[in-house]
Design a binder for this molecule. Structure first.
Ligand code: CA
Length: 236
């Protein structure tokens, strides 16, 4: 797998718990990544400024500062993928981190397969944002064409309302990654609608009815409990 990569991707791991950091470093190095490690915010800031980092893995509970503040700081100058490592007790912080610009999260404990899947998705999307073209997404029987703004299922056109389309587009542009409810509400309904999660639930249900083989057991528009939604394109 690592042989497919053109250049070695440099990953900065920011994690204060030694066993988890060791696991990450060993696993990532085995997969061919070059890994830099930091155990706190200060060390991370220095490394981020001195190295050409392609991707960040950031734990939210750090001894010398706030992981969310670190993400906000990084987002002032870099668009490289940031994946948050969160414990079950950090649900609220996880959402804050995603809203601050993190691309995705891994909930502890996580395994090597999950880690690599998230990293591949993040790197692929980072590469895509610098290209144009590629505008159609095929997920099983469903094809979403972002340029033509059209959707088909089993080769038959699916009619979406303007709002349903904006919601699907917001999810498709970040396919395979989590999008928080606040981000979706802002993208689809505009600023000032952050509290109107019920709109979102109604339109997600409508989308599932139009796209999913079994709307009660969604395989395309997944719920990330307490966080938001993820359009599973399965490209990981
Ligand atoms: Ca920690």
């Amino acid at each position: 797998m690592s042989g497919q990569r053109q250049a070695v991707s440099q990953v900065l791991v920011v994690e204060d718990e030694e066993p988890i950091r060791r696991f990450l470093v060993t696993t990532l190095e085995a997969e061919g990544y070059a890994v830099h490690e930091a155990s706190g915010v200060r060390e991370a800031t220095t490394l981020a400024g001195n190295r050409r980092i392609d991707m960040y893995l950031i734990d939210l509970g750090l001894p010398d500062g706030d992981g969310v503040a670190l993400i906000q700081q990084l987002r002032e100058w870099t668009r490289r993928p940031i994946i948050v490592l969160s414990a079950r007790s950090q649900e609220a912080q996880k959402v804050e981190a995603l809203d601050a610009g993190a691309d995705d999260f891994l909930a502890k404990p996580f395994g090597a397969a999950e880690l690599h899947a998230r990293l591949r998705v993040a790197l692929r999307h980072a590469a895509q944002t610098t290209r144009d073209g590629q505008s159609a997404l095929t997920i099983g029987a469903v094809t979403i064409d972002l340029q033509a703004k059209s959707v088909s299922r089993d080769n038959a056109p699916v009619r979406l309302t303007a709002t349903e389309w904006r919601l699907l587009e917001a999810l498709a542009k970040r396919s395979d990654r989590v999008v928080t409810s606040a981000q979706l509400l802002r993208d689809v309904w505009g600023p000032g609608h952050d509290e109107q999660g019920h709109y979102l639930r109604i339109y997600i249900r409508q989308l599932r009815q139009k796209l999913e083989a079994d709307p009660a057991r969604p395989a395309i528009v997944l719920t990330e409990t307490g966080v938001g939604y993820r359009l599973l394109a399965g490209a990981a």
